[in-house]
Design a protein around this ligand. Structure first.
Ligand code: GMT
Length: 375
C-alpha cells in the first residue's frame, strides 16, 4: 500500500471534486492519503479511515503585500513528506501545485515522486501568459508522471506549452452511488413547476467561459414554443449580468437562480435537458453527473466535451454560440419522448462503461506505481 499526498484547490470546482473523490477511493483501497490543502476539501469526511488532513497555514507578514501561499504550501508538503514517508505527491494543477511539489521534493529528505494532473484551467488560462508558459512547461517536464483529463487537453498542452513529455489521459469520474436518478415530483412542486412544463438546467461557476448568457438566450427561444423552466445552479463573476439579461428578456417567472447547492443529484433529477455551452472546457464533469442521473446533455463542440457526449447517441453537440441550432435541437428533443428515453439510457450506460470510478482508480494507481518504477 502507498502513502500518497494530495494537493488541490479545496473549494467547489471540478478539480477539487476529482481530487477529493480519488483520495477517498484510494483510502478505501487501503492506501494512506494525506490531503495538504488550505482548508478541508468540500466533500471530505475526516472521520474516514486512512485519511489525514494537513492545513497550509498562512502567516500575514507585514512586510509582504501578498502572503507567500506557494512557499507555505511547499514547506508544508516537505514536512508532510518527511514526517509520513510519503511515496507520492499527487498535484492537481501544474501551476502552482506541481511547482510547489517539485520544490518540496528538493527540500525533503525522504525520496518522493511527483504525479501531476492537468485539469485545463492551468493550461488554457495561464498558458496564454508567456512567462507562465515556462513555469508550466517546467512543472510538467519535471514531474515523474503527468495525466490530463481529456485527449483534447493533452493536444492543447502540447500545442500551447510545447512539451514533449508523455501525458496519459485519465478521464473524470463520478461517485456512481450518489449520482442516480431520484423521484423529484415534490421538489418540482416546491419550485412551482407544473407537471406539463419541461425543465432545462445549467450548473457552473458562472465564469465568462461558461457562456451562461447563451444558455439563457437559447432557453428564451425554447420557452416561446414549449412551456418550460430554466434552473441556473451556481454563482460567480457573471451572475449579475445574467440576472440583468433574464430581466431584459422578461423571463423572471421562468428562470430560477438557485445559487450554490449541495443536492445536485436531486436538482438534476428534476431536469429533462442539461446545457453546457462553454467556450473552454477540458472535460465537463457536470455532464457526467447529469448523464448518470438520466438527463440528456447538449454541449458545445469545444475541448473535451465531444469526448464525453457522443453526438446523436448519448446527447448532442452543437457549435459554440449557435443558439438557434441549440434551441431547435432542444425543441425537437422535447417533442419526442422516445428519442429522449433512448438518449437517457444510452447516456447512463456510456457513463458506466467509459467513466467507471473503479476503472479510473486503477488507472491512477498504475500511474503511481509506474512513477515509482514498480510496474
Ligand atoms: O470549470 C471550471 O471553471 C473549474 C475547473 C477546475 O479547475 O476545477 O474545471 C476544470 O477541471 C474539471 C475537472 O477535471 C473539468 O471537468 C473542467 O472541464 C475543467 N474546466 C475547464 O477546462 C474550463
Amino acid at each position: 500500500m502507498l502513502k500518497i499526498g494530495i494537493t488541490c484547490y479545496p473549494s467547489v470546482g471540478g478539480s477539487g471534486i476529482i481530487a477529493t473523490e480519488l483520495g477517498k477511493m484510494l483510502a478505501k483501497q487501503g492506501h494512506e492519503v494525506h490531503f495538504i490543502t488550505s482548508s478541508v476539501p468540500f466533500r471530505l469526511d475526516l472521520s474516514d479511515s486512512n485519511i489525514y488532513y494537513h492545513e497550509v497555514e498562512m502567516n500575514h507578514y507585514p512586510v509582504f503585500q501578498y502572503p507567500p501561499y506557494d512557499l507555505a504550501l511547499a514547506t508544508k508538503m516537505a514536512e508532510v513528506i518527511d514526517a509520513n514517508k510519503l511515496d507520492i505527491i499527487h498535484a492537481h494543477y501544474a501551476v502552482p501545485h506541481a511547482i510547489c511539489a517539485l520544490l518540496a521534493k528538493q527540500m525533503a529528505k525522504h525520496p518522493v515522486r511527483i504525479v501531476t494532473t492537468l485539469h485545463g484551467t492551468d493550461i488554457t488560462v495561464l498558458g496564454i501568459d508567456s512567462s507562465m508558459k515556462k513555469m508550466i512547461r517546467f512543472g510538467i517536464e519535471e514531474s515523474d508522471a503527468v495525466t490530463a483529463v481529456s485527449k483534447s487537453l493533452v493536444n492543447q498542452t502540447k500545442e500551447m506549452i510545447g512539451v514533449t513529455k508523455d501525458i496519459k489521459v485519465i478521464y473524470n469520474f463520478i461517485n456512481e452511488k450518489e449520482y442516480v436518478e431520484k423521484n423529484e415530483t415534490s421538489l418540482k412542486q416546491q419550485y412551482g413547476i407544473d407537471s406539463n412544463e419541461k425543465v432545462l438546467i445549467h450548473i457552473s461557476n458562472f465564469r465568462k467561459v461558461k457562456r451562461v448568457d447563451d444558455v439563457v438566450r437559447a432557453f428564451n427561444l425554447v420557452n416561446k414554443q414549449v412551456p418550460s423552466r430554466l434552473l441556473l445552479v451556481g454563482d460567480g463573476p457573471e451572475y449579475n449580468n445574467i440576472v440583468e439579461l433574464v430581466q431584459r428578456l422578461n423571463l423572471e417567472e421562468k428562470v430560477h437562480f438557485l445559487g450554490k447547492q449541495k443536492n445536485i443529484p436531486q436538482l438534476l433529477s428534476m431536469a429533462d435537458i442539461k446545457l453546457l455551452l462553454s467556450e473552454k472546457e477540458s472535460f465537463g464533469l457536470v455532464l457526467l453527473e447529469a448523464m448518470s442521473c438520466g438527463v440528456v446533455c447538449i454541449g458545445t463542440n469545444i475541448g473535451g466535451i465531444p469526448e464525453v457526449i457522443k453526438n446523436g447517441e448519448t446527447g448532442y453537440i452543437e457549435e459554440l454560440g449557435d443558439i438557434y441550432s441549440i434551441s431547435n435541437r432542444i425543441i425537437w428533443l422535447l417533442s419526442d419522448p422516445n428519442q429522449m428515453n433512448k438518449l437517457k439510457e444510452n447516456a447512463s450506460r456510456y457513463v458506466k462503461q467509459n467513466f467507471s470510478s473503479q476503472m479510473i482508480l486503477k488507472d491512477y494507481e498504475l500511474i503511481y506505481y509506474k512513477a515509482l518504477g514498480e510496474e
